[in-house]
Design a protein around this ligand. Structure first.
Ligand code: GLA
Length: 718
């Protein structure tokens, strides 16, 4: 529900989870400024928070402006905290004043032109308030859009910038969301690098500007476009926190700035370091969407709201609500060294074990015997596949499995027919060398003809054979980011690339609606809500070691649902860390995501084959719950030798527990479950147990002996 209360000049956005109060407060000359006066638990008297807004002007160094919770802060007016918008005029002046002009309240939620965003399926799911602010001098307008879902603790924010003046402006920052909270907060974010993505880091309150960002042209392995402000005493289960996710896959920045007045400003949007945009008179610029969740129930409460939002109202399409197939991917089994027979041998074993999808990874096209060449030449290599993709896919279909294929469509190898034909189709800076990474360059997706080439090339492969799945990879980041296209301002290229990518993804995924798409970027280098809008799952990490995956999947779950996480059982010794873990543990860890295998299923011991058969039976029996149930983190591997989580729906409760290292003379591990729907449950040994016992007394966990032990316990509701 969104109300405008004229007598107090405030907007009250509220549902049963939260209230947001926006105030229109006159500045010293009477011009109305937009302030975010409150965000938190529901209020019955929103006017009351106005009295809490700072009023004291103080000495000359203590301008009131650096204390007020501006919704759309600008430069040049005495608010020295990070701004949301910087709009420089032709003379170089960067001094913008944004005052309230008008507003509109609508049922539902409008689309964001050309960008991924959360959505509604009917207009009674949400309400949207659009407030227009405007600068009387330059004619710059900011249309801030606030959507409050009626049945979720979720506020979606975005800004459209318009130039209604007569002179061109250069946007140097065009942020998406700014929220100021009174008080000091821990900043929680996810950081890492290739093969060690999304470790949870919690930074104590600091009177500093703390920034989580990417300048890579992709959301990146280093930082995720997600951050949380948590009260210092907030735990997984209790306490208040505000999480924000940016629905964007390129360079971004999320900044938490704490000042001397004990207030914390969170801004989220495109990374100003990698962004310039010429906004000519009459033009507009749409900033990406930021999704905010407010939780009074600790980090699990926040995560669960993000999980269902991303799963149900950011992901789309045929596969959104469908059980995801158990897959086998040949990458770690063969790397580039395969041919038709070798693939069919693995596929036969996989089909016999109950696998549902065979994914042929890198190396099937051009003359790609290693990663030196052929990206861009999406034609099957007849040396390896004499019958082409069609014969292979049909043979795999005949075994009872779908066939899936790896692509890296945004890239080009200098050693490729595509590059020889179009050397200017890659991102590059005029007169500078073109530095490769993994011996490849990035196609210039800011150009329409390059977008069209990719759409045609991928579509014609998908039409040439019965292909039911695509792994869409992206294995390097931006360096010399420029375009050879005429008349384009080079500062716009990074974001124009993203707009081009989103157009390509929209066209291809809507032309092949029943194909399951999984995104990837050297594992989890582009694991973000933007990609999830087009592809409902992502390859979580190139690190497939079961122990490493406990950390990676735990961290990823802070904001992303398990239905988005690819999780595969791989060979031992593990290819990334050389660790040897039991087959059972590898399966129990992969159960926490979209389950699959990444090893040679035709070369396992009879005992492992039996275990694999059991795993596949179990996954099929419980995947409705592991992919769509409520996910709760119970014990963090970052804090203890024990990782544990739980899946819950109205059919069953599943406890997954992992003891990393064995200890002599161990105490009994007892885990108390959370949020179990009331009733009686049947354990696997046939005994009965009540929800009260599961939650209050807890469950004794019978770990086997040895390192890297795991235990999955399923309790079926009677
Ligand atoms: C990336 C992916 C891997 C694999 C290789 C192929 O690194 O993350 O899973 O597909 O590319 O080159």
């Amino acid at each position: 529900m969104i109300e405008y209360i004229d007598s107090s000049r405030l907007f009250h956005l509220h549902n049963r989870f939260l209230s947001v109060v926006l105030s229109l407060r006159p500045d010293e000359e009477g011009s109305p400024e937009l302030l975010t006066a409150y965000i938190g638990a529901p209020l019955d008297a929103p006017e009351a928070v106005l009295a809490l807004l700072p009023r004291w002007e103080g000495a000359s160094f203590d301008s009131l402006r650096q204390k007020l919770p501006y919704a759309c802060p600008t430069e040049g007016r005495g608010d020295y905290r990070p701004p949301l918008v910087c709009a420089r005029d032709a003379e170089g002046q960067n001094c913008t004043e944004l005052f309230y002009e008008s507003h509109r309240i609508d049922a539902g939620k409008p689309r964001l032109e050309g960008l991924p965003a959360s959505y509604v399926e009917s207009s009674d799911e949400a309400d949207t308030l659009i407030i227009t602010l405007s600068d009387p001098l330059t004619g710059l307008k900011a249309e801030i859009s606030y959507t409050l879902y009626r049945e979720r603790p979720v506020l979606a924010l975005s800004v459209r910038y318009l130039n209604r003046g007569t002179e061109a402006l250069t946007l140097e920052a065009a942020g998406s969301a700014c929220i100021t909270l009174p008080g000091r907060y821990d900043l929680i974010h996810l950081h890492g690098a290739w093969a060690k993505e999304r470790a949870v880091e919690r930074v104590a309150p600091a009177a500093l500007t703390r920034t989580v960002s990417s300048a890579r042209g992709a959301s990146g392995h280093e930082h995720n476009p997600f951050a949380v402000l948590a009260a210092p005493d907030t735990t997984e289960f209790e306490g208040e926190c505000l999480g924000v996710i940016l629905v964007y896959s390129g360079s971004f920045a999320i900044t938490a700035d704490e000042n001397a007045y004990e207030s914390t400003r969170l801004t989220a949007g495109l990374n100003p370091r990698c962004f310039r945009w010429n906004l000519r008179p009459g033009e507009s610029f749409q900033a990406p969407e930021a999704l905010c969740v407010w939780s009074p129930d600790g980090l699990n409460g926040m995560s669960q709201a993000f999980h269902s939002l991303l799963r149900e109202r950011v992901c789309r399409g045929f596969w959104r609500d469908r059980p995801r197939p158990v897959l086998i991917n040949n990458w770690e089994a063969t790397y580039f060294q395969f041919n038709h027979e070798k693939i069919i041998t693995i596929a036969r074993a996989a089909a016999d074990l109950g696998v549902e999808l065979f994914v042929l990874d890198d190396g099937w096209f051009g003359r790609r015997d290693d990663d030196n060449c052929s990206l861009g030449d999406w034609v099957a290599d007849r040396r390896k596949l004499p019958g082409g993709l069609k014969a292979l896919a049909e043979e795999i279909n005949a075994l009872g499995m779908r066939f899936g294929l790896w692509f890296e469509p945004e890239m080009v190898s200098p050693d490729s027919d595509l590059y020889r034909a179009h050397p200017d189709w890659c991102l590059h800076a005029k007169d500078r060398r073109r530095t490769t990474a993994r011996r490849q360059l990035i196609l210039d997706l800011s150009r329409r003809e390059v977008q069209d080439y990719i759409i045609d090339a991928v579509s014609s492969v998908l039409r040439s054979a019965p292909i039911g799945y695509v792994k869409w990879d992206m294995n390097r980041n931006f360096k010399e980011t420029g375009t050879a296209a005429e008349g384009v301002y080079q500062g716009e290229v990074p974001h124009r690339y993203m707009l081009g990518l989103y157009r390509v993804l929209e066209e291809i995924t809507s032309a092949f609606p029943e194909v399951l798409f999984e995104s990837c970027s050297g594992g989890g280098g582009r694991f973000d809500a933007g990609m999830l809008h087009y592809m409902p799952q992502t390859w979580t990490s190139d690190d497939s070691d079961a122990v490493e995956r406990l950390y990676i999947q735990y961290g990823t779950s802070l904001c992303y649902p398990t239905s988005a996480m690819g999780a595969h059982v791989s060979a031992v010794p593990n290819h990334q860390v050389a660790r040897v873990t039991p087959m059972k543990t590898r399966g129990d860890v992969a159960l926490g995501g979209n389950f699959g295998y990444e090893l040679n299923l035709a070369a396992q011991t009879p005992e492992d084959m039996e275990e694999i058969r059991r795993q596949i039976r179990q996954v099929k029996a419980v995947r409705e719950t592991t992919q769509r149930g409520v996910f709760t983190r119970l014990s963090s591997p970052f804090d203890a030798n024990l990782a544990a989580w739980q899946f819950t729906d109205d059919r069953r409760v599943i406890l997954c527990a992992y003891r990393i290292l064995a200890k002599p003379n161990p105490e009994l591990t007892r885990i108390r479950l959370r949020g179990v729907p009331e009733g009686e449950y049947t354990a696997e040994d046939g005994s009965s147990v009540s929800s009260a016992v599961l939650m209050n007394a807890g469950v004794p966990v019978p770990f086997p002996r040895g390192d890297f032990a795991s235990c999955v316990m399923v309790f079926e509701k009677k």
